[in-house]
Design a protein. Structure first.
Lengths: 434, 391
């Protein structure tokens, strides 16, 4: 038996060499399915037993916490020293590989991460949350006590308001991961903040809430009480398990649809007041300077947005030979509500057709869209444009630029363009007047 | 008692808002359960979805009463005192203490300049704190902030404490809680006032209309007399009883205030269109500095040496790499053979000695006073070893 396999393996190895020289795997895949079968060489992966089909697999308890296939080792978050302070990865951002994701959930290990003072490593036994200020009864909770409150789970995206910030003045990265990777989406589990406040008794004078983190940067932000009472949550669960340290373990604030920076990680304290605070991250940073020379402060919701994820620079159509019917697929999202429509343009925004939404369509969540296209090799300028139930329509680069200028850094949501060449290569370009 | 008042308050405010609902395109109900009712039309311009008949949008939700769910306890007075230390623009929370510009100068050199540059002028890759011309246009807007780099080579708007930060209280709060970057919360209140005084002096900020000099002392009282040059540079106005309403109003006109698209489907014109074709801007200089490098391959990962991080390496990574890992910081970079040859010429004992006592811009033990002398020696050995010529 053993012997037989060895011969087979040798045999198949030599055949592999042969294949390399004659017919590459991609050429096999590219050949039209309608061609007569006599034109094809046999695929060794079908003709011979596989190595994994003829040996015992690994023991199931090898990794008590499971890992992806080792062949998937390139599916990772990526960083660029340009998006950090002096290449220092304590104050930097890592990007989600959007080109590798399916559906509307990001695996926890691929969730984008932004930190201002490194990833705090909190001992859950020493974790405390304090809620005080303009409430009848201030409260301090251990993690176990917090988790006693009745929980809700909701699927929401989180996006850094700097997502795409490098692109205000023109395209910079030829990569979906770096163009739009400062966002991810998860099912978040926690308690609705209103449930706790119903018991604490919020005083009528309370207009603002300070959310403060317990990491070295003690991140603080002011939030209007109205949002707190609508859909804000204190969350400890992410896709069925505890939050990852990168996402604020053990507890973070979740303000669905709003800047991820407002969803304070490693949450330590919530204080209610009649006045806003003017914390560092809502004055010096996270304010959007417009061409008027004045800046928008308290910029909350991430506006209606979309991006085509396939094709994209990382996932081009170079394997297509022409004439194939292929799916144009992407993500749409809006911090203001629910996606109602996505339109596709093949000609840089001159003419548009409506795409199909697919899968779950939830508020303040990623929504998948699809449009079937016959790729003939004609060069394209591919765009997507999303619409939400607040009647927001995603702006063109020029429409957004006219109001915001090019120095605002934050909240860039204009339409993205992929240039598809006749060879099927995909490049990040912009349709804009200079 | 206040519950009754609140109910009245809510009923009137709902009535007031009803008339303006259409503006927001919001939901047609405000039936949120419980004591607190949000107004229709979210503050951000979006939709408030009702919780009604056991559903919240596509989600079923728990309709059981949560009245009486009561975990946790009331914090003690000392606990509140320990954590309720945020600082507001009205001076709430400002600590006692004081410090002078010249004291701040000395502290800044030791604690801040390695990241933020001489005089706060930046250049080290970390935020620039000071500088920038505060000259104003006739409409009161600071001129540099109107700079728009629409073409290469144009000057950037300079966002520094003097040209951008609206409140001086933010400085005290942030420096106290988050600085120095590698060991936050290690400064005394006097230190914080001194460093703040120094930074404000660099940007010629006036206290009660008076210029500061090296002997100027900053404390709570004086800080409250500072009006930052760009205090009025932000909108919408969030202050006062109408703050939240101002925000709502601002976001209700999104096309005007933050930009919006139009849903044209055929023969759409773009500002960039020349004749029939859109103008396409391509990447000028592609940024390829990404880690790990791009790859879509589905292959086996390269064999990684099973190397255990030594204690010294870990301490170096956590504490020393910040300055010794980058040539921007002025410290000899680990791995730079030439730089370390120069250092070791002084003799190993002297190098260790300097590391313990501080040398040049480096504070004693790099600011990590909890390191023992022998730990410092271990780290120095690691740094020297890692900077030897590899054969």
């Amino acid at each position: 038996m053993d012997k037989t396999f060895k011969t087979e393996e040798l045999n198949s190895l030599s055949r592999r060499e042969f294949f390399k020289k004659t017919a590459s795997v991609s050429a096999v895949a590219a050949a039209a399915i309608m061609s007569p079968s006599s034109l094809f060489a046999d695929d060794e992966n079908i003709i011979h037993h596989t190595q994994w089909g003829t040996t015992l697999g690994n023991e199931l308890n090898e990794h008590p916490y499971g890992l992806p296939s080792k062949y998937e080792h390139n599916v990772v978050r990526r960083t660029s020293s340009l998006m950090s302070s002096a290449g220092d990865m304590h104050a930097a951002v890592s990007m989600t590989p959007l080109h590798e994701l399916k559906g509307i959930i990001t695996p926890n290990g691929l969730h984008f991460t932004r930190t201002h003072n490194g990833i705090a490593q909190i001992d859950p036994n020493k974790y405390r949350l304090m809620i005080h200020g303009l409430v009848d009864k201030p409260i301090v909770l251990t993690l176990e006590q917090l988790k006693r409150y009745p929980s809700e789970s909701r699927i929401h995206f989180l996006e850094c308001p700097s997502n795409g910030a490098g692109e205000w003045k023109g395209p910079q990265f030829n990569s979906l991961q770096f163009l739009k990777g400062m966002m991810s989406a998860s099912e978040w589990t926690g308690v609705r903040l209103k449930t706790i406040l119903d018991e604490l008794g919020l005083k009528p004078t309370a207009k603002w809430m300070l959310a403060e983190g317990s990491d070295g940067s003690e991140m603080g932000r002011s939030v209007p009480v109205e949002k707190v009472l609508d859909d804000a949550m204190i969350v400890w669960g992410q896709n069925g398990e505890a939050l990852r340290p990168e996402q604020g373990y053990p507890v973070r604030l979740m303000l669905p649809g709003w800047e991820a920076n407002l969803c304070v990680k490693w949450l330590k304290r919530l204080e209610f007041s009649d006045k806003p605070w003017y914390a560092k991250e809502e004055t010096s940073k996270y304010t959007a300077l417009t061409a008027s020379g004045r800046a928008i402060q308290h910029f909350y919701a991430l506006e209606v947005n979309s991006i085509i994820t396939s094709p994209c620079p990382e996932r081009p159509w170079t394997d297509l030979t022409g004439g194939e019917l292929v799916e144009i697929e992407g993500l749409a999202w809006s911090g203001h509500g629910t996606i109602t429509n996505v339109d596709i343009s093949l000609d840089g925004g001159k003419n548009w057709v409506e795409a199909n939404l697919k899968g779950l369509v939830l508020p303040k969540s990623w929504t998948r869209f699809s449009y079937m296209h016959k790729f003939t090799g004609k060069p394209l300028l591919l765009q997507s444009r999303a619409v939400d139930d607040s009647k927001n329509v995603q702006p063109t680069v020029n429409q957004e630029k006219e109001v915001m200028g090019v120095e605002g850094v934050y909240h860039r949501n204009s339409i993205c363009t992929w240039e598809v060449t006749k060879k099927g290569e995909v490049n990040n370009v912009q349709v804009r007047s200079i | 008692m206040f519950k009754l008042d609140l109910f009245k308050l809510i009923t009137t405010s709902v009535a007031l808002v009803l008339s303006s609902t259409l503006l927001y395109g919001g939901s047609d109900t405000n039936a949120l359960p419980g004591k607190y009712i949000s107004k229709m039309g979210a503050v951000d311009g979006g939709v408030i979805y009702p919780r009604k008949d056991g559903t919240y949008t596509a989600y079923r939700y728990n309709e059981q009463s949560t009245k009486g769910v009561n975990f946790g306890r009331v914090p003690t007075a000392n606990e509140l005192k320990a954590w309720d230390v945020d600082i507001m623009p009205d001076g709430t929370g400002l600590p006692d203490g004081e410090g002078s510009v010249s004291e701040g100068d000395e502290l800044y050199e030791k604690q801040c300049s390695s990241c933020h540059g001489e005089f706060g002028a930046g250049g080290k890759g970390y935020p620039t704190l000071t500088g920038g011309n505060q000259e104003k246009l006739p409409n009161g807007v600071i001129k540099t902030l109107t700079n728009q780099r629409i073409e290469p080579g144009m000057e950037a708007p300079k966002r520094t404490i003097g040209t951008y930060w609206p409140k001086a209280t933010t400085l005290i709060w942030y420096i106290r809680d988050a600085m120095p970057y590698a060991h936050p919360k290690s400064l005394t209140n006097n230190d914080i006032y001194a460093i703040t005084a120094y930074l404000l002096k660099q940007d010629n900020i006036l206290i009660d209309g008076q210029e500061m000099d090296d002997d100027s002392v900053l404390n709570r009282e004086k800080l409250m007399k500072i009006k930052m040059p760009n205090e009025n540079g932000f909108y919408p106005n969030i202050d006062g009883p109408n703050g939240v309403e101002n925000v709502r109003k601002f976001f209700s006109d999104r096309a005007k205030n933050i930009g919006a698209g139009t849903r044209c489907m055929k023969d759409c014109k773009d500002l960039s269109s020349k004749g029939n074709e859109p103008t396409v801007m391509k990447i000028d200089n592609e940024i390829t500095d990404v880690v790990p490098p791009y790859s879509m391959a589905r292959d086996l990962p390269p064999e990684v040496e099973n190397k255990l991080e030594s204690k010294a390496e870990k301490m170096y990574n956590d504490s020393c790499k910040l300055c010794h890992g980058s040539d921007k910081m002025g410290a000899p970079v680990v791995g730079d053979v030439e730089a370390w040859n120069k250092v070791t010429q002084k003799g190993f004992d002297n190098v260790v000695h300097n590391a313990i006592d501080g040398v040049g811009g480096m504070p004693p033990k790099g600011g990590y006073e909890n390191f023992t002398n022998s730990e410092v020696q271990m780290i120095v050995e690691f740094m020297i070893d890692s900077s030897k010529k590899k054969h």
